[in-house]
Every structure is written in C-alpha cells, then in structure tokens.
Design a protein around this ligand. Structure first.
Ligand code: UN1
Length: 505
C-alpha cells in the first residue's frame, strides 16, 4: 500500500470500533511507527494513582487467593476465548502501534492464547512435594500459596504477549496484577485491559480490580517498583532499566523477575545445512526489524562455509521487503522511533571504525513517510569481536565473524555480557552436544538447527548474566508467582526433635 493512501489514525479508529474500546484521551499520546501519526492517547498515572491501584489490587488478591485454583483457571480459559474472538483486530492493533508485520502481530496474540491454554492446565497442577521425614509419625510436604500483587513492566516490542505470560500465570496462581506497559504502546495495553474486563463480566464473580493498567513512563514505573505491597516485580526491558529496578526491589526484600537485554549468537559449523541456516538467520536477524530481545546479532561462521553462506546472506539483505508492516508479503516494518534509528546509525559508525564492512543500514521511505523510520537491515562483516559487537543495539544489525575451531567460537559466543538466546547449526552430534553441554553456550536458551528467537511458550523463557536470570512463561516458571510453605505434621503421641536433639526436663 502506498503511504499516500495510508493513515494510521483511520486504521486505529476502525480497530477500536471493532474491539469496542475508546481510548480516553490524555497526555500520553501514542504514535504509529508506520507513518508517525497519532493513533490515540491515554492519561499518565501519577505516583498516587499507582499506589491506589496497588492497594485495590491487594484487596482483590485477598479475595482471589481463596478461590480454588481450577476455578481461577476458568477465568483464564474465558480470556483465551475472548482473545480467539478478537485475534484479528488485536493482532492488527499490535502491528499498528509497535510496527511489527501483521504475521507477527497475529503471532503475538496467538502467544497470548497459547499461554492461556497452558495456564488453564496449570491451574490443576500447582503441585508441591511430599518429602520423607526423619521423624516417626510425621509427615512433611510443601504447599504453594498465592503470592500477592504482581507488578508487570513490559516493553514496546512485545506489547501484549509478555504481559500475558506473566498475568495468565499470576491469575491461576491466585495473584492480582498491576501492569505498567511501555509508554510507546499504551493503546494495545488499554485494549487488552478492556478484553480482560469483558472476560471478567462473563466469569461473573472475579474480584474488582484484579487486573489493572497504570500508564506512563518512569514515574509510574518507579512507584510500582517501590510499593511495599508489590510482592513480585516482573520487568522486561533494557539492562539499564534492570540495574535501576533490581536494587530498589531488593532493598525492600521484594522479588524481581528480570528479562533484560540479549546479544544473541549463532554458530554455523562446517556440516550445517546452509539452506536451513540461511532461513533461520534471516528470520532471527531481520524479523521484528531486529527489535526482539532474542534477535540474532552475532553470527560466527566456520571458515570452510563462510564463502558459501555470507554472500548469499548479503543478497537476501539487499532484497528483503521493507515497508508498511500491514502489507501482504512485507517482512520488515519500521523501527519504533527516531531514537532507534539514531542508535543504529551510531552503532554502524562504530562498527566501521572498528574494522567492519557495513552493507545496508540506510534509511528508506524518508520522503513518502518523513515521520517514520524504515531502514534496510544491515549486515556487517567484522574482523573479529570488538566493543560494538559486544553491545546490544536494538535494531537490525547482524555482525558476521569467521571462526576456525568450535572452542574458539564458543568462547567468542560466551564473551557477551548478556546470556539470553543462542543456537548452533550443525549436523555433527559431537558439536551439537558440546554446544548444549555445561561447557557450551552459557545462555538460558540454547538451540540446535533453529534460530535463537521465536521461543514457544511451553519452555521457561529467560537468560543469564546481564539478561537478569529470570524465567517466565512455561515449564515451572509459575513458582515465581507463588510462595512456598514447608509443612511438618506430627500425628504421633511423641515429640521427637530433628537433629536427634534431646530436650527433656
Ligand atoms: C522479547 O523480545 O522481549 O522468543 C521476547 C521470542 C519471543 C519473545 C521475545 N517469543 O523471540
């Protein structure tokens, strides 16, 4: 679609009508990165508004924790049904507000639906252990109880799915949720909250204010982080943000779950299926315009396959369709804003200075759409790993490096300060297992013959080092949203003490 006939505000109005929501207006204006146009506004929450929301959430929690978990699961089941009804409209709104291609906008809503299904199953599986005791006539077990109010801070790039990973688990675990979305994507959050309220009305007796949204930037985020009644702060964003959040939560002995930066790598070994690797690299490096925390940023290619793979990637980079993310067949949408474009240009300048050969990275559609920031994805051949390749730049830049031995490649791979996602392409079982082993990739996500991004919800999602160490979504990530009580019950007529202590008078 040519930009002259596209108006993001018209699109937004149609989607709000479809979803039955009306943004209230206010000081926080949302602009679509597709054309830079205003698509709606909401009001920023003050610190006092946030505190009031947390207090209300805490009251909701006190009622919700007594509802049996399978019944709590029913609320999430109904929410999944509402999301299925509204997938098309909500997915399109995600594209409109975050700039990702429609396939990825829809995929994000699918991820919400999937985590709903997962959480519904989980609502009957919040298991604790029974543990053998050392004392006769005793029984020991653990019980998992609801935790309290969960504060969710999310980023622009997954404006709805990351909240759902947290919130759907939190709801079945018996918690209440207060959500501070990115100030760049307030409208998708507003719409999701409206869909949640539609769900709560169908459910009937959910406590009021079980789920709330507080809009805004730093002030609202800080108020949430510092509130003593927020038992868990689950924050997704930059490592810089995590460095600010973690000590503040720790200072009041709150819990935090951090999903911070990634500087994700892939190793392409001599035996790799290059046709498969090429597709995986392309999706992982240029998909979402390089704005996923799991985006592939560093590619280590074995010397023997470098000349077969890298020129082919350059060709793909030169031809990958970039433009309006709502158009059919489009693969790369805009960057979120001007600051993202400037950060990308600064990184490319640094790469050149550090010996890199840069292809791509130039601005596109500037005349047709002067307030939007489209770029040709960049592919940069580096002489080796330098300061810039070890820096996460939230843009489509792929640094390509040559290697000779697997140990060298793993060491270079693990040299990044973050440890989120990684992968190896190889058909050699020794290499694959080495990469997966304790001495292999140091990341939270380690893949073989698929790229580092696009994780399924069933696994635990998160990473090590500067990525923050948190795990959310699948596997046993639910435990972060509950508190564990260890219970010892004496059904004997005696009082034996542990450790063989004799304390008789
Ligand atoms: C993020 O970018 O914050 O694995 C999350 C993936 C997505 C999640 C990314 N499921 O790429």
């Amino acid at each position: 679609m040519s930009f002259s006939s596209f108006r993001s505000s018209d699109e937004a109005a149609a989607l709000f009508a479809r979803l039955g929501v009306t943004p209230p207006g206010g000081d926080l204006v949302s602009r679509s990165p597709i054309d830079g146009g205003e698509i709606g506004a909401v009001a920023t929450a003050s610190a006092a508004d946030v505190a009031a929301a947390v207090e209300q959430a805490h009251r909701a929690f006190a009622a919700w924790r007594d509802v049996p978990a399978p019944r709590r699961g029913e609320l999430v089941r109904l929410f999944g049904a509402v999301l299925r009804e509204e997938k098309a409209a909500l997915g399109r709104l995600v594209s409109l507000e975050a700039g990702k291609i429609l396939q990825e906008g829809l995929g994000e809503v699918q991820e919400m639906i999937d985590i709903c299904d997962f959480a519904v199953g989980l609502s009957r599986q919040l298991y604790g252990l029974t543990i053998a005791t050392e004392r006769p006539g005793h029984r020991m077990m653990e019980t998992w109880h609801p935790l309290g109010v969960v504060g969710v801070i999310s980023a622009f790039n997954f404006p709805v799915a990351v909240w759902a990973w947290n919130a759907c688990l939190a709801f079945v675990c018996g918690d209440a949720v207060v959500w501070k979305p990115s100030e760049k994507t307030p409208l998708t959050a507003f719409a999701v909250q409206a869909l949640f309220e539609r769900t709560a009305a169908r459910f009937g007796d959910a406590p009021a204010r079980l789920s709330q949204v507080v809009q805004g930037g730093r002030e609202a985020g800080e108020a949430l982080v510092d509130h003593p009644r927020v038992a868990l702060v689950s924050a997704t964003g930059s490592t810089r943000m995590g460095r600010a959040v973690a000590p503040r939560v720790a200072a009041r002995f709150g819990r935090s779950l951090l999903e911070l930066g990634g500087n994700n790598g892939m190793v392409v070994a001599p035996s790799a299926d290059l046709a498969l690797a090429e597709r995986a690299i392309t999706f992982a490096a240029v998909g979402t315009a390089g704005q996923r925390c799991t985006t592939l940023r560093r590619l280590f290619v074995h010397d023997s396959v470098f000349d077969a793979l890298v020129p082919r990637l350059r060709q793909i980079w030169a031809g990958v369709p970039v433009g309006n993310p709502l158009d059919d067949g489009m693969l790369v949408g805009p960057l979120i804003d001007r600051a993202a474009f400037e950060a990308m240009q600064a990184a490319l300048a640094a790469a050149r200075e550090q010996g890199g050969i840069v292809e791509g990275g130039d601005r596109l559609q500037a005349e047709a759409s002067p307030d939007a920031w489209y770029v040709r994805p960049a592919i940069v051949t580096m002489p080796g790993q330098t300061a810039i390749t070890l820096t996460e730049t939230f843009a489509p830049i792929l640094y390509v490096m040559r290697y000779l031995g697997l140990d060298e490649a793993i060491a270079a791979h693990n040299a990044a300060p973050q440890g989120l996602a990684s992968s190896i392409f190889t058909n050699d079982i020794r290499e694959a297992e080495t990469f997966l082993s304790a001495a292999g990739s140091d990341c939270g996500i380690v893949n073989v013959n698929i790229g580092p991004s696009g994780a399924e919800i069933g696994g635990a999602f998160g990473g090590e080092k500067e990525t923050g160490g948190g795990r959310e979504s699948g596997s046993d990530a639910w435990r972060a949203y509950m508190r564990r009580a260890t219970n010892t019950i004496n059904y004997s007529r005696d009082l034996p003490l542990a450790q063989g202590i004799n304390f008789n008078m």
